[in-house]
Design a protein around this ligand. Structure first.
Ligand SMILES: Cc1cc2nc3c(=O)[nH]c(=O)nc-3n(C[C@H](O)[C@H](O)[C@H](O)COP(=O)(O)OP(=O)(O)OC[C@H]3O[C@@H](n4cnc5c(N)ncnc54)[C@H](O)[C@@H]3O)c2cc1C
Length: 303
């Protein structure tokens, strides 16, 4: 298929998707684009719809893995999409962040403005759009969970018909790792924060990083937690896997991390098939031994 010559944004062919996913696996994208502005994004989506080319919206790729065969459509990464665009209202303490903004940058901007609420996001290696879609969450305290959905006042999206829409909080339906936004493209989120001394916010960010460095496997390529945690009072996925002695279980180049049993790591040259086999093997063992079916949090994209 020929690409229209007048597209504002360049579309590349056969781009290696492993470079755009933190697990560092996956084949090539047939088409690949990195829009920086809303106009560029809208044009790309229109082109894909008109030509009936399937498309996939990618943030930082920290919760996504593509199949070894790659993606037979257009991958649109938003890592450069308005990635500097953070607007803070010092009176209402609302923060509007474009979906391409990295969570770490967002947390630091809020800290500098003396606003609290996003500290827990600072160590999650994703974008605002990916975090809202996944309702990303973290807490270093057992029994507590902070989720980005709790902060959201409204979001701006491109809906399934390609129309811009603002969705207010009352129309949103966040739950554990679920936003109800499938099919929509998140353009921007407005978060409600509260005033707090910058030094206290900074201390909280540092404490979260210290905890993550201590508890998680951050030295190897991974997608963070592979499975969602089963509902309380069941043990966490990590505890279940660890309790069955499954750390370091291996399929090809994919390994259950020796540090954190819910992290699978690419120990070198792993494939998506290795990951799929390891997921099934761990699911089967946990189900046979404990009667609990672990549900993947990582999204494996095949097309
Ligand atoms: C080391 C490590 C630690 C992690 N720790 C945590 C943690 O503590 N808590 C947690 O919740 N997660 C964690 N994760 C998982 C991941 O970082 C989060 O889910 C993150 O929010 C994903 O953001 P992303 O930009 O990478 O999204 P991606 O992985 O690129 O995409 C995730 C999903 O969102 C969709 N998407 C992305 N952007 C948009 C958009 N603008 N509009 C519509 N859809 C979009 C994609 O299509 C995909 O379905 C961790 C991952 C790693 C590698």
């Amino acid at each position: 298929m020929n690409l229209p010559a007048d597209l504002k944004v360049s579309v590349r062919r056969d781009v290696d998707l492993s470079k755009y996913c933190t697990m560092r696996i996956g084949g090539p994208a047939r088409f690949f684009a990195e829009p920086r502005t809303e106009d560029e994004l809208v044009e790309l989506v229109q082109f894909a719809r008109e030509e009936a080319v399937p498309f996939f919206i990618l943030g930082k790729g920290s919760n996504v893995v593509f199949a070894d065969e790659g993606y037979a459509g257009l991958v649109i990464t938003l890592i450069h999409f308005n990635d500097q665009d953070i607007r803070i209202n010092p009176t209402t303490h609302e923060v509007a962040a474009s979906s391409g903004v990295h969570l770490y940058r967002l947390a630091l901007a809020c800290r500098d403005a003396g606003l609290s609420g996003t500290e827990f996001l600072s160590g999650i290696p994703g974008t605002v759009g990916g975090a809202v879609m996944m309702n990303a969450g973290f807490s270093r305290f057992a029994g507590q969970m902070n989720e980005i959905g709790d902060l959201v006042r409204e979001i701006r999206v491109l809906d399934e018909a390609g129309q811009r829409q603002t969705l207010e909080r009352s129309r949103l339906d966040f739950s554990y790792r679920h936003s109800g936004l499938e099919g929509k493209i998140i353009l921007e989120a407005v978060l409600q924060l509260v005033r707090r001394d910058s030094a206290a916010v900074d201390a909280e960010i540092r404490a979260n990083f210290d905890y993550r460095n201590e508890e998680q496997d951050l030295k190897h390529p991974s997608s963070g937690s592979i499975f969602k945690n089963p509902p309380k009072p069941l043990p966490s996925a990590g505890r279940l896997i660890d309790g069955l002695g499954l750390k370091e279980t291996r399929e090809g180049g994919m390994l259950v991390s020796p540090r954190h049993a819910n992290y699978f790591i690419n120990a070198g040259h792993a494939t998506c098939e290795d990951l799929s086999r390891l997921i099934k093997r761990i699911q089967k063992t946990v189900f046979n031994e404990k009667g609990i079916l672990l549900e993947p949090e990582v999204r494996i994209i095949r097309a």
